[in-house]
Design a protein around this ligand. Structure first.
Ligand code: NAD
Length: 351
C-alpha cells in the first residue's frame, strides 16, 4: 500500500476497514483540478487490500483523463469496497451506508455512481446519507443506467476508428468482435448489427451469448478463441487487463475499440499495439459515454439532445487524437493523454 501511494501522484486516498463485512474501503481522489472528483463505487474481492487500493488509484487517474478529454467540469476519483466474498444483504447495506457517510464527509469533493457489482439500487442506499451519488434509480430522481449511453459512445468511436483505418465510415460487412455481452456489449452488438456489421460475440456466460444469437443472429466464438479470431474491430467490453505481451501478438484485427476500463495491462502495451499496426481507441476516450450520461443529466441539467451531441463528440475527439498520433509518430494513448494534460494545465473553463 505504501508503494501504491508513493507512485500514484493523486490528491488523497481515504481508507477504512469495516469490521462487520471484513471489507477494506478506499476512496481515491486523484484530481479536483477541473471540478469535484467523479468516479464509480466498485465492489470486488482482491487478493490483498493493497490490490484494492491499487485498483482504486489507477481507476481514479483514468477518470481524471476521461473527464478532461470529454470536456466535463469534473475531476477524477474512484471508490473500491474490497469485500472478502459474497455479503449477507444487511451487512452489504450497512457497508454501503458507511461508504455513503464517508463520501458525504468529503463535502462534495467526490461524487460517486455505480460501477462493477454496484447498481442504481445501491446508489439509492447511498442517497439515504448523502446527495453525492449519481446513477440513482429513476423513481428516486436519478437518470437510470448509463450503460446504453456508454454503448452509444463506443459505437460512435468504432465508426470514427473504422473511418480512420479504412478511409470509409461504412460498417457494412465489417467484422466486429464484441468481447462481453453485458450491459454495454449487448446494446453495442445491436447497434452494430443495425449498421450492417458482421458481429461476433464472446462471453463466459453461455446464457448471454445465446440471447444475442437468438435475437440478433450474431456469430458466437468461445472466450478461448476471441484473441485469435479474424476481424476488423476487436471491442473489449468485459474486464480490464485483457491486452498484454501475450495476447497482443495473437490479435487478428486492425482496430481495438471497446468499453472496458484499463484493457491494457500496462501503459507500454499501447506501443505494442502501434508496432503491430493496430489502431487503438484509448479506453478513457471511447468509454466516456456513461460519465456524459450521468453528469450531463444529473449535474449539468442537459437535455437529451445535448447528451447525444456529446456522445457523437467522442467520435470527433478520437479522429483528432488519431491524426495527432499519426503526425507526431506517437501512440494514440499518448496523444490522448496529451489532450487531457493540456486541458488540466489550462484549468476549469469559466462558467
Ligand atoms: N456500464 C457502463 O456504463 C460502463 C462505463 C464505462 C466503462 N465500462 C466498462 O465496460 C465493461 C463492461 O461493462 P458492463 O457494464 O457491460 O459490465 P457487465 O458486467 O454487464 O458485462 C460484462 C460481461 O463480460 C462477460 N465476461 C467476463 N469475462 C469475460 C471474458 N474473459 N470473455 C468474455 N466475456 C467475459 C461477463 O459474463 C458479462 O456478461 C467493463 O470493463 C466496465 O468497467 C462500463
Amino acid at each position: 500500500m505504501e508503494d501504491v501511494l508513493r507512485q500514484w501522484g493523486g490528491e488523497y486516498a481515504l481508507t477504512a476497514y469495516d469490521e462487520p463485512s471484513g471489507a477494506y474501503m478506499f476512496i481515491a481522489v486523484h484530481s479536483t483540478r477541473l471540478g469535484p472528483g467523479a468516479g464509480g463505487t466498485r465492489m470486488k474481492t482482491y487478493a490483498t487490500p493493497g490490490d484494492g487500493l491499487l485498483d482504486a488509484c489507477r481507476l481514479a487517474e483514468a477518470m481524471t483523463l476521461k473527464m478532461a478529454v470529454a470536456g466535463l467540469p469534473m475531476g477524477g476519483a474512484k471508490s473500491v469496497l474490497a469485500v472478502p466474498g459474497e455479503l449477507d444483504p444487511e451487512v452489504r447495506r450497512n457497508l454501503l451506508l458507511r461508504h455513503g457517510r464517508n463520501v458525504h464527509a468529503l463535502g462534495g469533493a467526490y461524487r460517486t455512481g455505480p460501477d462493477m457489482n454496484t447498481n442504481s439500487a445501491d446508489m439509492d442506499t447511498l442517497n439515504e446519507v448523502t446527495p453525492y451519488a449519481f446513477g440513482r434509480s429513476v423513481a428516486n430522481g436519478g437518470s437510470g443506467s448509463s450503460a446504453p449511453d456508454t454503448a452509444v459512445g463506443v459505437f460512435h468511436g468504432i465508426v470514427a476508428s473504422v473511418a480512420h483505418a479504412f478511409g470509409s465510415a461504412d460498417l457494412t460487412g465489417r467484422r466486429v468482435l464484441v468481447q462481453g455481452a453485458g450491459a454495454v456489449g449487448g446494446p453495442l452488438a445491436e447497434m452494430l448489427v443495425k449498421a450492417g456489421a458482421h458481429v461476433i460475440v464472446s462471453d463466459v456466460s453461455l446464457e448471454r451469448v445465446e440471447a444475442l444469437y437468438d435475437t440478433l443472429g450474431v456469430e458466437v466464438v468461445a472466450p478461448a478463441s476471441e484473441f485469435d479470431t479474424e476481424c476488423d474491430v476487436y471491442a473489449p467490453c468485459a474486464t480490464g487487463g485483457v491486452l498484454d505481451a501475450t495476447t497482443i501478438p495473437r490479435l487478428r484485427c486492425r482496430i481495438v475499440a471497446g468499453a472496458a476500463n484499463n484493457p491494457l495491462s500496462q501503459r507500454s502495451d499501447g506501443e505494442l499495439l502501434r508496432a503491430a499496426g493496430i489502431l487503438y481507441a484509448p479506453d478513457f476516450v471511447i468509454n466516456a459515454g456513461g460519465g456524459i450520461h450521468l453528469i450531463g443529466y444529473e449535474a449539468l441539467g442537459w437535455t437529451t439532445e445535448q447528451v447525444e451531441a456529446h456522445l457523437i463528440g467522442i467520435g470527433t475527439t478520437l479522429t483528432e487524437i488519431y491524426r495527432a498520433a499519426d503526425a507526431e509518430g506517437i501512440s494514440t494513448e499518448e496523444a490522448a493523454e496529451r489532450v487531457a494534460h493540456a486541458r488540466l494545465a489550462v484549468g476549469p473553463s469559466p462558467s
